[in-house]
Write a protein that binds this ligand. Structure first.
Ligand SMILES: C[S@@+](CC[C@H](N)C(=O)[O-])C[C@H]1O[C@@H](n2cnc3c(N)ncnc32)[C@H](O)[C@@H]1O
Length: 225
């Protein structure tokens, strides 16, 4: 156990971009949960930096524990909402790969605005991926899978490519759970292409998209992480 390691990146100023080591490649996992996938990848790839984005405090703690137990110094975790993080806090065109595995599908129509994938996320994603960088996606939810595929198909800045192989050893917690129940898993990947690189417009978060809110409240309340 390496108690010296502190994988948590604490954001005290929500407007200040993160200070990351730009001399090393970066891979990001959105909704990294307890960190099974990302910490394993970090342990195997010591020359790369890994950033997990996860808004649930308990999962961030479990992620940190995995890093400490494995002395994994190149994995970091940020307890923040992903769209906001991509829009405001990440460096431009630096991420080599972004993984989004089993994002919340928000199956009810009235909750679709909570879904991560949509034009706002694709704008911010394109801005943060290096040209030729990839988004790897997997879900158990067929309807959400089709929606995400349509979303990318409508955006000329991305080209569909073959999804990475994911043998059992790299399954996430949710993938393990779904596969063990014999449920189908749908995977796809897209590569970013060169395109007009205009600045991102300020993010207007729709009031009904409640899970996107909260950073100002957390900072005002001096919330943990
Ligand atoms: C269904 S779980 C999947 C966790 C992990 N990817 C896996 O496959 O085991 C979705 C995770 O994404 C996190 N999450 C959902 N929406 C998020 C958002 N907008 N920003 C950050 N984390 C988010 C949730 O807290 C949860 O841990």
């Amino acid at each position: 156990m390496n108690n010296e390691l502190d994988p948590v990146i604490r954001v005290t100023n929500p407007c200040k971009p993160l200070e990351l080591d730009l001399s090393r490649p970066l891979e990001i996992e959105v909704g990294c949960g307890k960190g099974k996938f990302l910490t394993a990848r970090a342990a195997e790839n010591p020359d790369c930096e890994f950033l997990g984005i996860e808004r649930m405090l308990e999962r961030v703690r479990l992620f940190s524990g995995k890093c400490r137990r494995g002395s994994i110094a190149n994995a970091h975790v940020l307890r923040l909402e992903a769209l906001y993080t991509f829009h405001y806090l990440l460096p431009a065109h630096h991420a080599r790969t972004v993984y989004v595995f089993f994002p919340d599908p928000w199956p009810k129509k009235k909750h679709h605005s909570h879904r991560l994938f949509g034009p706002l996320f694709l704008n911010a994603l394109w801005k943060r991926l290096e040209v030729g960088g990839k988004l790897e996606f997997a879900t158990d939810h067929r309807e959400y899978f089709d929606v995400v595929c349509e979303c990318f198909a409508a955006d000329a800045r991305f080209k569909r490519v073959e999804a990475m192989p994911r043998p059992k050893e790299v399954w996430t917690e949710f993938e393990t759970m779904f596969r063990e129940q014999g449920l189908p898993v749908y995977s796809a990947a897209w590569k970013s292409l060169p395109a007009d690189d205009s600045p991102l417009e300020p993010l207007k978060i729709p009031p009904e998209a409640e899970p996107r809110e909260g950073i100002e409240r957390r900072i005002a309340a001096n919330d943990d992480f």
